[in-house]
Design a protein around this ligand. Structure first.
Ligand SMILES: C[S@@+](CC[C@H](N)C(=O)[O-])C[C@H]1O[C@@H](n2cnc3c(N)ncnc32)[C@H](O)[C@@H]1O
Length: 277
């Protein structure tokens, strides 16, 4: 049996990161944050909504319920693998989102095509976030609005601080860097400036606090790795290093472990802003 498929004390490496993302990360993390984003985004029946960096589609699916059959939802992502899982997971909405491959920095839509643009935990991955926000503004109707979320810096996510440091130590600098990448060092002022510079008005930045829970530290490490670009580098290091990695994370997360597994706070900025009339 190859090292890629062998079980090592319970954690089996997954080769299909988009499927693992939908299975392991969407239910405990992204689904509840999607509900918050849709609520903050004030999405109404009949709205035409774009979800930029839709991944496997959790926000677009939630939006589809809010806009009803008189509205429209488009989910856009660069990654064909994520979009394929989104299409398979379309859910039981009366109205299924449309899935489009494309780049946030060059949106394949006409001017003033949408009432609302959403983007959950994606802006931090765009090469040029200002260009992407300008594009969001271009495709919005005058008076339309954006609803965005971006994780707060790494220090507000204790379990991920531990995992990033352990990856750095046991796997290498790049693995640590990958684990840090979802958590940019942006404060409320940076975000306000970013959104205002793209031409939006009435920028409102809110800090929201949540948590994530896993049945064990081993499952936390296994699921996070399987659902991310870390799957390959971790597969390459072998079982001994993986076991050491889990042990190190278990020791450091002792204070967050209880009879149900492990829990960690997570904090996100949620930003809304209007396109001027
Ligand atoms: C952490 S995932 C978030 C996915 C989804 N919004 C969710 O809440 O589950 C970030 C997503 O941004 C997408 N992405 C990164 N750069 C992009 C770009 N320039 N244009 C469109 N999507 C992009 C990635 O492919 C990935 O699916």
């Amino acid at each position: 049996m190859s090292d890629h498929t062998r079980r090592s004390t319970g954690w089996q490496l997954e080769q299909n990161a988009p499927e693992a993302y939908e299975r392991y990360l969407v239910p405990p993390i992204f689904a509840s944050w999607a509900d918050r984003l849709v609520e903050t985004g004030d999405i109404r029946e009949g709205d035409r909504v774009l979800d930029v960096g839709c991944g496997t589609g959790i926000v677009a699916r939630r939006v589809a319920t809010s806009v009803g059959t008189s509205g429209d939802v488009v989910g856009l992502d660069t990654n064909q693998g994520m979009l394929a899982v989104a299409a398979e997971t379309a859910g039981d909405n009366q109205h299924t989102p449309e899935w489009r491959q494309g780049d946030a920095e060059a949106l394949p839509f006409d001017d003033e095509d949408f009432d609302v643009v959403c983007s959950q935990q994606s802006v931090q991955f765009f090469d040029d976030p200002t260009a992407a926000l300008e594009e969001m503004q271009r495709v919005l109707t005058p008076g339309g609005h954006v609803a965005l979320s971006v994780w707060r810096p790494l220090e507000y996510h204790p379990a991920y601080v531990v995992l990033a440091e352990a990856l750095e130590h046991h796997v290498g600098a790049n693995a640590g860097k990958m684990m840090r990448s979802p958590f940019p060092d942006w404060d409320t002022r940076d975000l306000r400036t970013l959104v205002q510079d793209a031409g939006f008005d009435d920028v409102l930045v809110t800090i929201e606090v949540g948590s994530v829970r896993y049945p064990s530290v081993e499952e936390f490490v296994r699921r996070e790795v399987a659902s991310s670009p870390l799957a390959e580098p971790i597969a390459a290091v072998g079982r001994t290093v993986r076991n050491e990695l889990v042990k190190a994370v278990e020791e450091e997360l002792h204070a967050y472990s209880d009879d149900h597994g492990v829990v960690s706070p997570m904090e996100s900025y949620v930003i809304t802003a209007d396109r001027p009339q």
